[in-house]
Design a protein around this ligand. Structure first.
Ligand code: BG6
Length: 489
């Protein structure tokens, strides 16, 4: 399968210094992403990859693991000699503590190629961001060409996010900081921009005169896996809504930016987040649901409860959240945005559904109320767009109709391999394009809204509703018993 080529290649040599270099993300996403772009001839320059790990790793097994993960991530036959060429670009650094002395080895390696841009990819807990950035600066490893990439979570509150930023900004300025939200690199999420802004058809109907509600669902069938320690401190609200779901909401709701230039887009997203109505103790019970999975059965197999998964007797952490959000601006007055996300739900399914209002006057009253059109943007597992419209059933017998979908199935329409979100995002970092990365003010605005929910939950001592693992979650509690679930369920 050929690959969709991501426009313009990179021709400025670089060093990618990956902190957390033996972590899951590095193996599953970062190294494979660089490899696929390399194979696709997009890295038309010399480059070096320096994984930085805290504990000693046997070199041979480390590189074998990288190869194994690259093969696993590939939908095409990996060329062994290309893989060897790629591995030759690596040099492993063991840095147990962030001290000037320990950084000398990195400095030496970076100084061998003083004209290369250095990208410091921090795939570590955010508590390490400050010490790493300070040490990089002190060691003379930061210059105007350097960039830093930050993986979430960027703190766990407005205060901690500001503290992290304050530390990082002593070494890097805002135009050198790339805060990753991998949802923004997904192909269908990108397509949302094109769908909205390259199709005249939707332009005039994209507002509350025509759109009754918007549903944004990111449902996962997996549980918390081995991330219980991290997850129990964040829960679904901080892990998913604060970043991924809010970013999706922004792309649906924002005004057309004047250009695709980074700040033009980010300014519009910021306005949406700032217009989100804060929740308080009088609204939070009616406008949010929080849940936690209990034991469940799927295909005869018993699934653990959340507490069993994290091996604790009690925890009030939510593994599911649904929110009815209101955007208080001209365009969206009276159009609620329902967001829901959770672990251990019935299936993996992420989609955005735009529910249009019904027609003004019903010419076919014999069939009751005419349902509104729906635009369904399916993000995963399949990538597709559907427009649900009323269609007459063939044959005599009057005007009988039913909702039929016009479908654009990405996989059928484009035979190319879709690059993983990380491939696009890492290429953008190398190119210096910040459009798909969050700015600090966006992040802070998101925290203000999220914290209004956390505070209100605490004030009303909001309890989790238990839902069975493998079932559809308690979202129906939010809209008068109506199911709030993916459209194919
Ligand atoms: C991550 C969350 O950011 O996104 C995980 O920390 C979640 O809990 C993951 O599973 C979902 O990403 P995707 O791309 O699989 O939908």
């Amino acid at each position: 399968m050929s690959q969709i080529s991501i426009k313009s290649s990179i021709n400025k040599p670089f060093n990618a210094i990956v902190y957390g270099g033996d972590g899951d993300l590095a193996f599953r996403k970062i190294y494979p992403a660089l490899f696929h772009r390399f194979v696709d001839d997009q890295l038309q320059c010399d480059f070096r990859i320096f994984p930085v790990t805290r504990t000693d790793r046997k070199h041979a097994t480390f590189f074998e693991d990288i190869k194994r993960f690259i093969r696993l991530s590939s939908s095409y036959e990996v060329n062994a000699s290309k893989l060897d060429q790629f591995i030759e670009k690596f040099q492993l650094f063991i840095i147990p503590e962030h001290t000037d002395e320990n950084y000398e080895a990195i400095k030496k390696a970076v100084d061998e190629f003083p004209t290369y841009q250095s990208v410091y990819y921090l795939s570590t807990p955010s508590s390490a961001f400050g010490p790493i950035c300070e040490c990089l600066k002190r060691s003379g490893l930061v210059n105007s060409k350097s960039k830093v990439v930050l993986e979430k979570p960027l703190g766990n509150s407005l205060v901690s996010s500001k503290e992290i930023h304050q530390k990082i900004s002593k070494s890097f300025s805002e135009n050198q900081i790339y805060r990753i939200d991998h949802y923004l690199g997904k192909e269908t999420v990108q397509n949302l921009m094109v769908l909205r802004f390259a199709n005249h058809l939707f332009e005039y109907s994209w507002n509350s005169d025509h759109i009754e509600s918007v549903f944004i669902t990111v449902a996962e069938s997996l549980g918390v896996e081995k991330r219980g320690d991290y997850y129990d401190k964040s829960g679904a609200l901080l892990d998913m809504v604060q970043n991924h779901l809010l970013q999706l909401l922004c792309l649906v709701a924002m005004e057309p930016p004047a250009s695709l230039e980074a700040d033009a887009v980010r300014n519009e997203k910021l306005k949406v987040i700032k217009a989100l109505r804060l929740l308080d103790k009088t609204s939070v019970k009616a406008e949010t649901v929080r849940g936690q999975y209990s034991r469940g059965m799927v295909n005869g197999e018993q699934l653990n409860s959340y507490l069993e998964d994290i091996e604790k007797y009690s925890s009030n952490t939510e593994t599911y959240v649904a929110i009815k959000a209101h955007i208080d601006n001209w365009r969206w007055k009276n159009t609620p945005f329902y967001m829901q996300t959770g672990k251990r739900l019935a299936s993996r399914c992420s989609e955005i559904v735009i529910n249009f209002r019904s027609v003004r006057h019903n010419l076919f009253p014999q069939q009751g109320e005419i349902p509104g059109n729906k635009l369904i943007i399916r993000l995963q597992p399949e990538e597709r767009i559907e427009l649900v419209q009323m269609t007459k059933l063939p044959g005599p017998g009057g005007y009988r109709y039913k909702p039929i979908s016009l479908k654009l199935d990405y996989v059928d329409s484009f035979s190319e391999r879709f690059p993983d979100a990380y491939e696009r995002l890492i290429m953008d970092v190398l190119r210096g394009n910040q459009t798909l990365f969050m700015r600090q003010d966006e992040l802070e605005a998101a925290w203000i809204w999220i914290e209004s929910i956390v505070k209100a939950w605490n004030e009303v001592e909001m309890k989790n509703v238990l839902y069975e693992a493998g079932a559809s979650g308690p979202g129906n509690l939010l809209i008068n018993g109506e199911p709030l679930w993916c459209t194919d369920k």
